[in-house]
Design a protein around this ligand. Sequence first.
Ligand code: HEM
Length: 502
Amino acid sequence: MLLILITIIIVTLITYIYLKPLIDNLFYSVPNEPKYIHSYIPIFGFSFQVITNPIEFIRSLYLKYGKIFVIYFASRRWIYIYDEQTYLTKVIKSDDFITFDAFITDIFIKDLNVNSQCMQHEESRVLQVKFFHHLLTGDELEILSRRAHDSLIESMKFDEKALANNNNIVNFFDHFGEFMLFGGTESLFGHSFAIEQRNITPSFYKLFQAFDQGLNLDIYGIPFRTIIYKTVFRHRNEFLKRFASFKLNNGESKLINAFEEMFRSDEYKYLFHQHDINALHATTLWVAVSITAPMSCWVVVDLLLHPEALAAVKQELSENVSSSSSIYDKEILTKLKILESCINETLRRVFNAVVIREALVDTTIECLDKTKIGLRKGDIVIYPAYLKHLDQNLFGSNPYRYQHDRFIKKPNQPKAPSIMIYGGGLHTCPGRFWVMNQIKILVTLIIQHMNIEFINMTDKDKEDYRKRLPYDYSKFASAGGPKKVYKNKFDIKYSYKNLHTG
Ligand code: HEM
């Protein structure tokens, strides 16, 4: 009897999920809707393709159905608009759309158990976004960059000491991912909080990875995830609790100081309980590190795979950085144009760049070519910038090819090519200047102080990776290192040099 009941429930559920898009179409459709592409796989729909290789999958739909189409993914309608000018002028600038907040807010409330009142309090959320935009620039940016530098040097020195007792083979992405995590932690939360985290087990990096994995699982809405991935979610909770020991006015950044002052002010303290504050701090650190760390690693990998690029960067460094100069100085960092081009070239080829907005109301937008697009309230409207970044018309017949000086304007070009890594409009990523500085500092320190050798990478592997890096696209909310099966190809043997001079 129980078995029959369970079977009926499962069949009903599958039928409902399978038919939901069709039912929605019947009741909620608006005029001029773009082409809806139906998946015949129940429940999962296109999730598998979107998770495993979004670029190839979305490109195949674009080639088949044109620049505007709709799919279902993670129980939502996703409207792809591969028309940059229309997206910039008619979506990003319009009040009919907001950033991806509602989706994220939902995850905070349901999955991170953050008090719904504080997540839905419009005024305080606007204030937090404002802090990000005001406090990651100017003098504060310089302080953040200096701290990231100091933390990286400290990580290297600790590591050099530990090397005397351990073997010197590690995974490149984990090793520098951890360095970058401590760089972000120290810059945002101050030295004493960072040093405390270095000394506690389980490792801060391991807990951070669990936080990242948990958020991605939540976004995909994997059923029974807290049971299947019990350890991940336990570690995620431990990660949140680490922020309970954070003490105000102890060397933190102006950004974290502003958050704390607001959370604990008379006006807002009724909204924010300690657990909510922990979750918001953990998320700020995650936002700052989860993309930057793997991207920094890919930048270094590309340089190590392309000797001509590495030589050009070394030459630029020797011309601009003297033994007495501080590489975190604004004047020096802005001079490193070749390195900046290398960074953009790696991000272009590796980062799964998109811009996302959500429709607040039923609405219609008119493309520059006069095509009308009808959108429903709640539609996720997405510009797949990665299609542009790998477009043969813009970046040559093999757009994956690495050209380190691509973003330096040549005399025969009207302007250097453009990419759209950081979104657009008023909500363009406020961390973009800090990202550039952090990656420049990491690359410089590695060149100045380390010898690195990929021990499992054959010449054939290197040849293959020069053509295309084995990037893991399965993370939607953050960014990835290599695909699992390639991870050991990025094991390194390394040593330090000149770490105690200057
Ligand atoms: C390589 C690293 C990074 C990439 C590729 C990246 C990319 C992006 C993108 C595409 C957006 C959405 C923009 C839009 O909707 O128009 C965004 C938003 C945001 N990013 Fe970044 N980001 C990076 C690093 C950082 C860092 C280091 C921080 C600093 C804490 C940061 C903080 C934010 C914040 C707060 C927003 C939301 C801004 C708003 O809604 O107004 N990001 N980022």
